[in-house]
Ligand binder design. Structure first.
Ligand code: C5P
Length: 402
């Protein structure tokens, strides 16, 4: 059993995929979880509370009050405190919109707002609904609140159309849940420093040198570390991501010099450092105080080398500190990654190749290989969502530290 004693509230919304909630409840109960089902009004049109109550061995809740005559009250606050995790599967477009905006007109939305535990939402709807910018915006909003989104899968839909919108298979959801609980608190008492995002090097008051890094990989690593109980200092270049977690302190920086200074301040007190930032190797030697005017056919800028943050801190590494760097390579990937381990005094290198489609900058996915200093093994992974890649990287770091 991989979920012994875990208390899970399963929110079920009105979607044809609600029938899959029955399979999900069975799987979770089989893995040892205590499952409390909370259904929306609409969900009951698709599957009966009796089915889910029988499988979960608990009465299904959907109203604030179960029995008006006795005044029995289903306290959303108590439920929110009771749960180790709130999983909403299937999550309809309607309920997602209510979660995103803070609307609270039924038991499930009240439990959502009261939940102190991690919240996972697994959307399911027709492909055009799923792709609609308002649904996608709501999902991004929920992710920015720290909720985990289990992306809908591709396949045949109830409408007869084919595309992305199917509820993730119950087996996949149950598997993710087991992996999630397996590592909770494994980084308790650890302090972690993560650099993330691009740097910007000013040329003049309105122009700068930068790169296409989105910061998504570094932020996913910070989120996963915090989930495992670590205290995280995230030193981040300017990114378009919203992120809040009580265990994560974000310091926003612009240039490589600022990133080094902010990282240096925390370096002495941390156990693990991940250099996930895409730091500009060079910066303009001189910052023009006025906007450069268009004049000649060519313009020459002189660049100076930026500090290498990983290498600088690598030189100061103390016993017991683990340093992890990234290598984005286009040729001789493994050899270059190994050189980076030595040159920067790193313990682990995460290699991603620009030759792999969907890997590296800007994407929501990444495909990595992991190398370490202790041996010549190389662990290769498939293309995955960056949250899953973050889990693989943290599992690897934890094993390396043993
Ligand atoms: O040398 P290269 O840029 O390929 O090394 C990449 C690794 O070094 C990444 O982990 C990156 O965050 C880090 N790095 C750094 N400071 C730099 C350049 C790279 O910390 N100036």
């Amino acid at each position: 059993m991989s979920l012994p004693g875990k208390k899970i509230i399963l929110g079920v919304c009105g979607s044809i995929a609600a029938y899959k909630a029955a399979f999900l409840v069975r799987l979770l109960v089989k893995e040892g979880a205590e499952v409390q089902v909370v259904m929306t009004e609409a969900a009951q049109e698709f599957i009966t509370p009796l089915t889910l109550a029988t499988l979960s061995k608990r009465p299904v809740l959907s109203q604030f009050s179960s029995d008006r005559s006795t005044g029995q009250w289903n306290n959303h606050v108590d439920l929110g405190i009771w749960a180790d995790l709130l999983l909403v599967a299937p999550a309809s477009a309607h309920t997602l919109a209510k979660f995103a905006s803070g609307h609270c007109d039924d038991l499930l939305t009240a439990v959502y707002l009261s939940a102190r535990c991690p919240v996972w939402v697994a959307p399911a709807m027709d492909l055009d609904m799923y792709q609609h910018p308002s649904v996608q915006t709501n999902l991004k909003k929920l992710a920015s609140y720290g909720n985990t989104i289990i992306d809908a899968e591709e396949g045949e839909l109830a409408s007869g159309l084919s595309g992305v919108g199917r509820l993730a298979e119950p087996e996949n959801i149950a598997h993710k849940l087991s992996a999630f609980f397996e590592h909770s608190q494994s980084l308790h008492n650890k302090k972690v420093l993560i650099t993330a995002g691009p740097t910007q090097e000013p040329i003049d008051p309105v122009r700068y040198l930068t790169n296409a890094s989105s910061g998504k990989m570094g932020y996913a690593l910070a989120q996963e570390a915090a989930r495992r109980g670590a205290k995280v200092a995230l030193v981040s270049g300017l990114v378009a991501l919203e992120f809040n977690h009580p265990a994560v302190t974000i310091t926003s920086v612009t240039t490589a010099e600022e990133m080094l200074e902010a990282s240096q301040k925390r370096f002495g007190e941390v156990d693990i450092v991940i250099f996930a930032a895409a730091v500009s190797d060079y910066a303009p030697a001189q910052k023009y105080s006025q906007k450069i005017k268009k004049k000649d056919d060519t313009l020459t800028l002189t660049l100076k080398k930026n500090p290498d943050i990983a290498q600088t801190l690598g030189r100061q590494k103390k016993d017991g500190q683990t340093l992890v760097g990234f290598a984005l390579e286009t040729n001789n990937e493994i050899a270059h990654a190994r050189q980076k381990l030595e040159k920067k005094n790193l313990d682990i290198v995460v290699l991603n190749s620009l030759n792999d489609p969907g890997a590296g900058f800007e994407h929501d996915t990444n495909q990595v290989s992991l190398l370490n200093r202790k041996n010549s093994d190389i662990l290769q992974f498939n293309l995955k969502d960056k949250a899953d890649v973050a889990r693989d990287i943290w599992n690897f770091i934890e094993q390396y530290e043993v």
